[in-house]
Structure formats: structure tokens, C-alpha cells
Design a protein around this ligand. Sequence first.
Ligand SMILES: Cc1ncc(COP(=O)(O)O)c(C=O)c1O
Length: 404
Amino acid sequence: MFSTEEIPPDQIAGVEPLWAPFQQSFCVTRSINNLDSARTCPSLRTVTDALVRYIWQQEELPIIRWMELTSSRIEMVRAGLARHFGCDTDEISIVRNSTEALQILLLGIPLDAGDEVLTTTQDYGSMLAALEYRQRRDSVTVNRIDLPTPPESMDQIVDLFRQAITPRTRLILVSHMVNLTGQILPVARICDMARNQGIEVIVDGAQSFGHLNFKQADLKCDYFGTSLHKYMYAPRGTGMLFIRREKVAAVPPLMGGAIAGQGIDDIRKFEGVGIQSTARPLAIGEAVAFQDLVGPERKQARLYYLKQRWMDRFNRIDSMRINTRSEPEMSCGIGNFRIEGVDSGSLRDFLWDKHRIEVQNIGQFGSTIRVSANLYTTLSELDHFCDVIEDVAQKGLPDSYKKD
Ligand SMILES: Cc1ncc(COP(=O)(O)O)c(C=O)c1O
């Protein structure tokens, strides 16, 4: 692991031996090259070990005794998450994923008929679906900005939001990092602009928390939802909801199952979903400890380095179209590309069938591929992926993978 010496993060991002212990911290197999970590990242070994241990411990006790015993330890986990996000412990709810965190907000923040919600065409599908539901249920209007891919600049994105705001806009849903391309959006500037006009902003941080080095104050947001099973490497089925303290009372829980003694201004009210395993939330603690160990700044530098390594090579290929801006303020570990004339679904199938490389096929922007390497990825795995893609760009896919 890293020595305590202060070495600038970008100087160590590509020094492979320094990253070996982190690569070994995951229980991945080297016979599969998983470059789709943005969907759900493998958990850390320490996390899975703890999860299994906690499940066994849980089995030894009557569930209510176990829940009583662990509730104060879950508060320690909550405090660890709050420290990473830079907010108060009472502003963090531990939920099951981004979907739950964000839908509590999208379906719960009070809106009147005729109010407008502003979002983009590149926000996550199930969040857009929740807004459609809200539209039907409460007669609100949902407006979507068509984001350019790739955008020209952060200014261009802010301008698009500015132009789309109307006197009826009450709420904005914006992704901190677009899942399709890895594009980072200027959330703080959007929040500033919105607050000046009395508009609330929900930030979808599913792809950014544990990935980018930031705190709540950097985003200036009132509401934030994320999964912890992506870039935090916590157990599947863990997520985090942040609501600024003074806004908690106005948001109702999706399931009104408050835990005895909780008031409407207690953020734990969102966790009252009946009996569930507390092994999962407890094991988030191991993920938080790992995040401290690797350091958010160093981790961001490594993730950026991995993406740039393949992107720099692909940029030299004539038939390659890169859909993600490469500047560090515009993207980090996720990138999106397409090869002219190559169907992305067929390319994904070929990569998996012939090389056991997993990427995501994105149907938008004309048949594209999303790549998300992670801390477990070795440089030789990444370079092999680049070799394969260069070969496809040069020779095309084998006939059996070509579309008519
Ligand atoms: C931007 C974004 N929002 C929300 C989600 C939903 O995350 P989950 O399925 O973990 O709830 C995802 C999942 O990939 C995402 O990328």
C-alpha cells in the first residue's frame, strides 16, 4: 500500500507496482476482463468477508436482538459516510441503492399541478421513468434538455440549463456524471443558478460518489443520491441519500414505516422498511475504511489515468469517434466510443465471446460502447483490450459478427 510520503497523485497514477495491492483487494478472476464496473463494481474482499461474517452473526441471535445490537454500529457507518460527503450524520440515510435514494426525492418532494421539473435526455432511465409517473400522478410538466455529445464546454451545459428554466420550474434533476458517457456536469454552477431562482436541485451521484474527489459543499446541492455498490465497492444493495437538514421534514418516506420514536425531521425515517438484514449496511464500514486508505484524490487520479490510457490510443485511430471529453474536469474513469461502421452490440458480443472482455453497449449516439475500468484493472488487461479494439478498427469484426 502507499507509504505516508506525500507524492502528487498524478505522479503515481500510472506506477503499476504501487497499485498492485489495491488490485489484489478485490475477489475478481483474471480470466475475465470486466470493463463494465460502472454498472456495479465487484465488492472488496474485506467487504465480502465482513458481509458473510455479519450474516452468520445475525443468524445466531433473534433478529430483534441483532438489530438492537447493531443499530449503534450502523451509526458509525453513517458517520463515516457523512465524513466522506462532508455533511452532518443527521443528513445521511442508508438506503438500498441510487434508485431508492433518488426516487424518494423524485416522488416525494412536494410539487403542485403545473409545476415544471427540468432534467436532461441523458439522465438515468429509471429516474426519467419516475418523473413520467410523477407527471401522470400530479400533473407536473417534465422538460428535458438534449445534451450535446460530447459537449463543447461546461459553459455550454450551464447555458442550456439557463435557457430551459422557466418561471414554472421548481425542481431540477441532474446527473453529476452521465452514466452513458462519463461526462461530468457542472453541478455546482447549476445549483447556484437554481437557488438564485428558488429552484431545488436533486443530484444523481450514482457514478460520481467514491469516484471523484469532492464534498457536498463543492456541489452546493440540497439533495444527493448514490449507490455504494459502484465506486465505493460496498455490498450490492447499498446506497446513500443526502438531504440538507432543514429539508428533511418536507420529504415523506416512500414507505411510511417509521421506526418507533422517529420524528418527521429524522432522516432515519427513510430506513423504516421493515425487517431486513443489517449485514449489508454494516459491511459498508469496510468500504469506507478502504476509501480512506487509497485516498479519494489518488483514486480519482488512477481512474482518470486508466481511462486516458485507452482513450489516448483510440484517439490515434481514424475510424474512432470518442464521445467523452477528456479534460480532468469533464471526465474521469468512464469513457464512451464508437468505431465507424461497427455495430456496438456485435462488438460487445465479440469482445465477450472471444476475449471475455465485458463492456456496455449503449444504444444512444449511434451505437456506442461504454468502458469503465476500475482499481482492480491491471495495465496489461487494459492494454490487451486496446490491442483487440485496434485490430477490430483495422480489420473489422469477423464475418459471423457482422450485421447485414
Ligand atoms: C446515473 C445513474 N443513476 C442511477 C442509477 C441506478 O443505480 P442503482 O441500480 O444502483 O440503483 C445508475 C445505475 O447505473 C446510474 O448510472
